[in-house]
Every structure is written in structure tokens, then in C-alpha cells.
Ligand binder design. Structure first.
Ligand code: GDP
Ligand code: MG
Length: 455
């Protein structure tokens, strides 16, 4: 299959020092196939491969990586960037800081998930889930209204959803004009001091002139701070045309990609992002109201690439603790700072980010695996959690000065993390071992450390 072919290519490319036209060609063909299989549209694939080539050719193959691994690293980085990784931490952030009500206009085809997403967003805002610059902005008073006057069932559906979300619902009816509903909802939200007004709209099965004119009129009246384009991730190739039509008609501020709980490979994310240039803000991962998540470019990149084997290749490319992190650590050692338990804690957290314990253990350089005292992945998983628990039960001061940890403090930490004192001792012994390794690396310099990390 695709991924095993890719890993074969990775292996055959071993031992070359630089990425070249020749040693990346076969690999790039596989990447292209992976993207097409994930339903990314052809022009987008072409441009993407071009970008990857530009970035990759001439690039040095660092440390113990093979050119194949280095290339996968470039692919994953570029894919993440294309998905919006270079937009900064905008995932799941909305512009709500303005004179209330902040209006959110939902746009998209029929069946894309607008009404469901309206409910999800309303619930999330009402529960105080929204963050700005990494800080919660508090619980919002939310009003929802339906401007879908073509189907009585659509208005009923929003009413039900609003009830489940525990937010205010402004009734509307099929006799009303969408424009009048919008004006009425604005008045109502102002009068009753709602922080946020979410306006659900009608959709058609296809792109439709009348529909576009209608939503443009709504946009003009509402002057929304967010205009979210809701798109079904199962749409595949067609996502390009639909996204283009909505992007041309409306000044979109963001995209919500729904139904990612299905077997869609997420290629639509790439196409939509490419066509609109707008940030993907949320994904829908269930029919239920809790099924809304901030969009993570990196995760989506992994999904599109086909996860599994390719993902593990990428992981290998970033090798256990990635090169940046290694360099940071090297700088730290050089500056005379000590490797302390705070660093140890950060490393454990990083390990957890990499995936499940079994595969991490396979990839960990032998010394690290030994230091962690693990063999059985299942046990390791549990032990990793307990180690984290122990470290979390320490104060930052204790973590930076482990010699503070005399018997009484150890007892407190053991109680706090629900383990016997011996386990606290064991962790400290492992830490000593690691610190010893770090000292050795310091003596051996950067090159030796990289080799040690490369296994
Ligand atoms: P609208 O026509 O754009 O308002 O779309 P709806 O909100 O009515 O959604 C259409 C269908 O898709 C409904 O059956 C929803 O339950 C379903 N749906 C919406 N979002 C998701 C999602 O993220 N995951 C799944 N599995 N189903 C979804
Ligand atoms: Mg609807």
C-alpha cells in the first residue's frame, strides 16, 4: 500500500547528505498520491508539491536522518503551514471584543451543518469556552435566530438545538423576510443585552444566485464581526467550487469544517484554505453539541497525509525530542544551567504529545528507555502518568532544586500523587541517571548529543 511504499523509499534513500531532485522524486510522487487520495483538488496538490520542492531541494540532511525522513519533515511542516500553522494561535478564536452584540453570520450549503454548528458555537460561548490570546473571555449571553424561511423544520431545529445549548432563541417564521428577521434580531439582542447574536441562514443544495444575494443582504444589515463559512468535509473535490462561490460573495472571516468524525480524510481543509485564504477556525466532530473543536493545522496535516506509518516517519524525523528542543537544551547546558526536574517534566509532557507509549518506546534511544525503566508499553503508559502526577505534586521550587526533597516533602508528594514513597524515590533515581547523561553530553558537545538522541 501507499504508506509501506513510502517507508520503503525512505529506507532506500539512507546515507545521502542533501535533498536532491533525484532522491526526492519518488517520495514526492507518493506524497502527491496521498494528497489526491485525501481528496485535495489537483491544482492545490500541484502547487503544494511545487512549494515542497522549493523548500526541500538543497536542504541538508541533519544528524541521523535519512533524506526520506528529512523530506517527510518538510512535507509535514509545509502542509501545516498551508493549513494555517503560520497564522499563529488563532484556532478557535473569534473576534468578539466589540460593542455588543457581536454578530456571527453562518453561511454554507444546505446540509453542511450550519444549524448544528450554530448550536455548538452558542453552547461553547455560553459556557465560557471562548479564549482570546490564550485567556478565557468568560461566559457569554447568546441569542440565536434562524433566517431560514424556506423550511419550517429548519426553524424548529434551531429552537431544539438552542434549548439543548441553554441559550436564548428568538422565534421567526416562514412568513417573514430574512432581512426583517435580521433587523428584528439585532434590535432584540441590543435591547436584552446579548453579548453575541448568531444568525443561522438558509442553504441550497448547490450554489445559487438568489441565495447568494440573500445572504449578501443579510450581511449588509447585520454587519457581522464574524462570517463563518460552514463546509462539509465529505464534500471532497467539490469543496473548491463551493468555497470559491461563498468567498466571492461574502467577506468571510473563517471556516468551520464539519463531519470530520466520518471517514473523510480532510483534504477539503486544504482546498478550502487554499481557495479562501481564510483561517479554518473549528471542526465538527459529532452530531452532538459537544462535538466542536478548535482547528489544529498540525493534526489536520497528519490526517491528510494518511496518519499511521507516515505519521511515525514524521515522528522519526523529529526524533523523540526534536532538534530545536535539543538545541535549546544544549544552550542551557552550555550556559551552565542545570537540567532540573522542571526540564524533566517538560520532557515527559513532550513524550506524551508524540503519541502512544508503545510506539514512543520503540523510537526512544536506548538510554532514554532505560532511564525511564520501561519495557512493557501498557505499564509504561501508566507509569508515565504516575511520573507526571509525582512531578505535578512538587512545587516549582522543588523541581528546580531536587535536593530540597527530604523525607517529609517526599511523603507529601507521595500523598498528593497517590503513590508510595518508594515511587517518588525511584523517579528521583531515574532523574539522577538522566542528569548524569546530560553531563556526559555536555562534555561531548552538541555532536555527541545529537548522536545520542538519534539512537
Ligand atoms: P444545515 O442545513 O447547514 O443547517 O445543516 P444541519 O446543521 O442541519 O446538519 C445537517 C446534518 O449533518 C444533520 O444531520 C447534522 O446532525 C449533521 N451534522 C452536522 N455537523 C456534524 C458533524 O460535525 N458530525 C456529524 N457526524 N454530523 C454532523
Ligand atoms: Mg439549517
Amino acid at each position: 500500500n501507499l504508506t509501506s511504499r513510502m517507508s520503503r523509499v525512505v529506507k532506500t534513500l539512507r546515507g545521502e547528505a542533501r535533498l536532491t531532485e533525484a532522491n526526492t522524486q519518488e517520495m514526492l510522487r507518493e506524497v502527491r498520491l496521498a494528497l489526491l487520495e485525501a481528496d485535495v483538488s489537483l491544482p492545490v496538490v500541484r502547487e503544494f508539491i511545487g512549494r515542497v520542492k522549493d523548500k526541500a531541494l538543497g536542504e541538508d540532511v541533519v544528524g541521523s536522518l535519512t533524506p526520506g525522513q528529512a523530506l517527510v519533515g518538510v512535507v509535514s511542516k509545509e502542509l501545516t503551514a498551508l493549513m494555517g500553522g503560520d497564522l499563529g494561535p488563532s484556532a478557535g478564536e473569534l473576534s468578539l471584543a466589540q460593542q455588543p452584540p457581536a454578530v456571527i453570520l453562518m453561511a454554507g450549503l444546505q446540509g453542511s451543518g450550519k444549524t448544528t454548528t450554530t448550536g455548538k458555537l452558542a453552547r461553547w460561548l455560553a459556557e465560557g469556552g471562548h479564549m482570546q490570546n490564550g485567556r478565557p473571555t468568560g461566559k457569554k449571553k447568546v441569542l440565536v435566530v434562524s433566517a431560514d424561511v424556506y423550511r419550517p423544520a429548519a426553524i424548529e431545529q434551531l429552537k431544539t438545538v438552542a434549548g439543548q445549548a441553554g441559550v436564548d432563541f428568538l422565534p421567526s417564521s416562514t412568513d417573514q423576510k430574512p432581512e426583517d428577521i435580521a433587523r428584528g434580531a439585532l434590535d432584540h439582542a441590543r435591547r436584552y443585552h446579548h453579548d453575541v447574536l448568531i444568525v443561522d441562514t438558509a442553504g441550497r443544495l448547490g450554489i445559487d444566485e438568489k441565495l447568494m444575494l440573500e445572504i449578501q443582504a443579510l450581511h449588509k444589515i447585520l454587519n457581522p464581526i464574524e462570517t463563518l463559512f460552514v463546509v462539509d468535509s465529505m464534500l471532497g473535490q467539490d469543496a473548491v467550487n463551493v468555497a470559491k462561490a461563498f468567498n466571492d460573495a461574502l467577506p468571510l472571516t473563517g471556516v468551520v469544517l464539519t463531519k470530520l468524525d466520518g471517514d473523510s480524510r480532510g483534504g477539503a481543509a486544504l482546498s478550502v484554505r487554499h481557495v479562501t485564504g481564510k483561517p479554518l477556525k473549528f471542526i465538527g466532530v459529532s452530531e452532538k453539541l459537544a462535538g466542536l473543536e478548535p482547528f489544529h493545522p498540525e493534526r489536520m496535516a497528519q490526517r491528510v497525509l494518511g496518519m499511521g506509518d507516515i505519521l511515525s516517519l514524521v515522528e522519526e524525523a523529529h526524533k523523540a525530542i526534536d532538534i530545536n528542543e535539543a538545541q535549546k537544551l544544549a544552550a542551557k547546558l552550555k550556559s551552565g544551567d542545570r537540567f532540573d526536574l522542571n526540564d524533566f517534566q517538560a520532557q515527559l509532557a513532550q513524550m506524551k504529545n508524540l503519541g502512544d507509549m508503545g510506539s514512543i518506546l520503540e523510537k526512544l534511544p536506548a538510554q532514554f528507555a532505560q532511564a525511564a525503566g520501561q519495557v512493557d508499553p501498557k505499564k509504561a503508559e501508566g507509569q508515565l502518568r504516575r511520573m507526571e502526577g509525582i512531578l505535578n505534586s512538587m512545587t516549582p521550587a522543588e523541581r528546580s532544586k531536587p535536593e530540597l526533597l527530604k523525607a517529609s516533602r517526599k511523603k507529601r508528594i507521595a500523598l498528593g500523587s497517590g503513590v508510595p514513597v518508594q515511587e517518588v524515590n525511584r523517579l528521583l533515581a531515574q532523574f539522577d541517571q538522566m542528569q548524569g547523561m546530560m553531563k556526559q553530553m555536555k562534555k561531548g558537545g552538541m555532536a555527541k548529543m545529537m548522536r545520542a538522541m538519534g539512537g
